[in-house]
Design a protein around this ligand. Structure first.
Ligand code: K7E
Ligand code: CUA
Length: 664
């Protein structure tokens, strides 16, 4: 018996190894961590971490904020999904943030992040985030850690190649993964007409330098390839963007085979300054589309969703000098630009080498028209003319590359599960470190900017297998922190992540902490239903709509006794938190409400909609432990049948209905 189980086990192990996933703990796993690792990640109680890592939550639609080097989870930022921790997407004020041309979308897929830059360095003002499924780009204000803007991207599907930014945050880009017919064209056509009727789109979103407000400045209409990732140039190449493409085969079925036919796909180089010139000269045409632009007003604490209906479209095949194709081996995934702006790295996920292109050589090839023909009207530059060199035998399945402050590159490998360090100039491989397992992106602090901080790299892993205590069919995704300050990478720490980590931005803590808003002045609250003190609380009935002006403060709710609510009423609790110092939120929860709860932050007003369904006594309370008497922070609502004539009465303490007579 035992014998056959052992046999089965050996067979299963052999099979999993053959399948490429080693389900046994490899021998190197334990020994990969050296003695001083614990000391390097230990942040003593009360001490702060050195860096923030803003990490994508993938299919959770959220962003997680970790302290580095400790790996402690500090916060989950709600962006593209409703969040039961903060009430985002549940309160009437925040629901408009999740509006799109398809209606309310409560759950998105978030992959990439970009911190705003000034002169090519992170400035810590805003964090931009993409939504992959229903194309959107969000902006988070890093003084408040709140999502303050979401812009839908039209003529696109699968906003994967986003949100990458220029060195002074002039533009955030959004390149479509799926090509589709443009919205003004008829989409009710045979899928087999892909090559003729489908198009790609790259959107250039301008960012207001003062307010951060986004607007689609223009779109480029492209052949129907899949755009995967992108990077802006830097320094000498700052006027350019580089986009990786795959499926230049124009396949529309079984892409795993049909989009892997060609030996080389392309990196598309786009001169956005040139595009601007054409726009100034009146080129381009208006395309009819529908897309939502949602903005959050910090003073009224309210989101507004506006529908826009046109974008400016440029056709780069008609306008010379905007776009060129650089051949890049085998379905490139990441494309990355080194801190000097001279080298462009393509990571062909099926390639056995990493090509490094030279920006100087690219300009020369363009100048000399050193083309290898064209692709759908775009000049294709000669591979060898643009190539700086190739990193030979780097590993299997290169995906993404980041840089340190010493001229080194770090590439993540999905298939061979490792980080590989190499020199950007000499292309020599300097070190490799195994990861556990199957790394997607990696992040070095400032590793995508002109000023990398070096010190740490984090591998964001897709598969953890045996690394943690098991948690059912869904095992935790994982991050691994490496010390990259020496010649060799040193594994320091594993920590589990929220959702699936794709990309992340690691920032020195003081860039963020120095801007934190601490006081939320109630007098600046411009919400139309604010109560700036308990004296302003009241209930106003307007037909079957009932507006309850409510306040919360440690440790009571005003009013906390309410009578005269009827079945069939639509009740809006406009709850103002009278506290003004950060870290003093109150909760607000009503039994049986479909949107059960709110979290009301200091100085703000949030609205909970409640439709009582039956007569009876309904308690409500504060759901966030706010003081020693938090458990006393509660009230009652008397609900009468429809048509009842119980008068509307309300109050707290002395003014509670029935209280004044009873007390006398
Ligand atoms: Cu490589 Cu969506 Cu950036 Cu994930 S993507 S890994
Ligand atoms: Cu307010 Cu608990």
């Amino acid at each position: 018996m035992l014998h056959s189980i052992q046999k089965l086990f050996v067979l299963a192990t052999a099979l999993t190894i053959l399948a490429g996933f080693n389900s046994c703990k490899p021998k190197t796993a334990g020994s990969a961590v050296s003695g001083d690792a614990a000391q390097k990640v230990y942040v003593a109680p009360g001490e702060y971490d050195e860096f923030y890592s803003f990490t994508s939550g993938g299919f959770s639609g959220q962003i997680a904020v970790y302290g580095i080097p400790s790996g402690r989870l500090l916060k989950v930022l709600p962006v593209f999904s409703q969040d039961p921790e903060s009430g985002y997407g549940y309160s009437e004020e925040t629901k408009p943030m999740l509006n799109t041309s398809h209606g309310f979308i409560p759950w998105g897929d978030q992959h990439h992040l970009a911190i705003s830059q000034t002169n090519g360095e992170m400035d810590g003002r805003w964090l931009f985030a993409n939504e992959n499924n229903t194309p959107r780009v969000a902006r988070i204000d890093l003084t408040t850690f709140k999502t303050v803007e979401i812009l839908e991207i039209p003529n696109s599907a699968g906003n994967h190649s986003s949100p990458f930014i220029t060195e002074n945050t002039e533009y955030v880009v959004a390149g479509t993964r799926f090509s589709v017919p443009f919205e003004e064209e008829n989409g009710d056509i045979p899928i087999s007409s892909y090559a003729e009727n489908f198009s790609g789109a790259i959107s250039f979103i301008s960012v207001d330098p003062e307010t951060g407000k986004m607007a689609i400045s223009f779109q480029l209409k492209t052949p129907p390839v899949n755009f995967d990732l992108s990077r802006a140039g830097k320094g000498p190449s700052k006027d350019w963007f580089f986009f990786s493409t795959y499926n230049t085969e124009k396949a529309y079925t079984l892409l795993e085979v049909n989009a892997s036919q060609r030996d080389k796909d392309f990196i598309m180089a786009v001169n956005w300054k040139k595009a601007e010139e054409y726009i100034k000269a009146g080129k381009g045409r208006k395309s009819k589309v529908n897309y939502a632009h949602n903005t959050y007003d910090e003073n009224s604490h309210t989101g507004i969703s506006e529908m826009l209906n046109e974008v400016l479209v440029l056709d780069p095949t008609e306008l010379e000098g905007i776009a060129y194709f650089i051949p890049c081996p085998k379905s490139p995934h990441g494309t990355d630009v080194d801190p000097t702006g001279e080298y462009i790295i393509g990571s062909g996920k099926l390639a056995s080498l990493i090509p490094v292109f030279s920006f100087t050589k690219m300009l020369k090839a363009i100048e000399e028209k050193n083309y290898d023909g064209e692709y759908d009207g775009f000049p294709v530059l000669n591979y060898d003319a643009v190539l700086h060199g190739e990193v030979q035998k780097p590993g299997l399945g290169p995906l993404h590359t980041e840089f340190d402050d010493k001229g080194n590159a770090y590439t993540s490998f999905f298939v061979s599960s490792e980080l590989v360090k190499w020199n950007v100039e000499t292309l020599e491989i300097l070190d490799r470190a195994p990861t556990f397992y199957s790394t997607g992106h990696l992040t070095v602090a400032g590793g995508d900017t002109k000023k990398p901080y070096g010190k740490y790299a984090i591998a964001w892993n897709k598969i953890t297998k045996d690394r943690y205590l098991p948690t059912g069919p869904e095992l935790s995704q994982s991050a691994q922190l490496f010390d990259i300050s020496g010649d060799k990478m040193q594994l320091l720490l594993d920590f589990p992540t929220i959702g699936e980590p794709h990309y992340a931005q690691m920032v020195p803590a003081d860039l963020i902490t120095k801007n934190q808003k601490r006081i939320y002045d109630i007098n600046k609250n411009t919400h139309p239903y604010v109560s700036k003190g308990e004296g302003e609380t009241k209930i106003v009935r307007d037909g079957n709509k009932v507006h309850v002006y409510t306040t919360v403060i440690r440790t009571h709710i005003t009013p906390d006794n309410i009578e005269g609510i009827r079945v069939g009423d639509e009740v809006y609790f406009h709850v103002t938190n009278l506290e003004q110092d950060w870290d003093l939120p109150h909760g607000f929860a009503i039994m049986g409400n479909t949107n059960a709860e709110l979290l009301v932050l200091p100085g703000e007003t949030q609205t909970l909609k409640w439709v009582p369904k039956k007569a009876g006594m309904i308690p409500f309370y504060c759901s966030d432990f706010c003081s020693a008497l938090h458990q006393e922070m509660q009230g009652y609502i008397r609900v009468s049948p429809a048509g009842s004539n119980v008068p509307l009465r309300y109050g707290t303490g002395e003014t509670a209905p029935g209280m004044s007579t009873a007390a006398r």
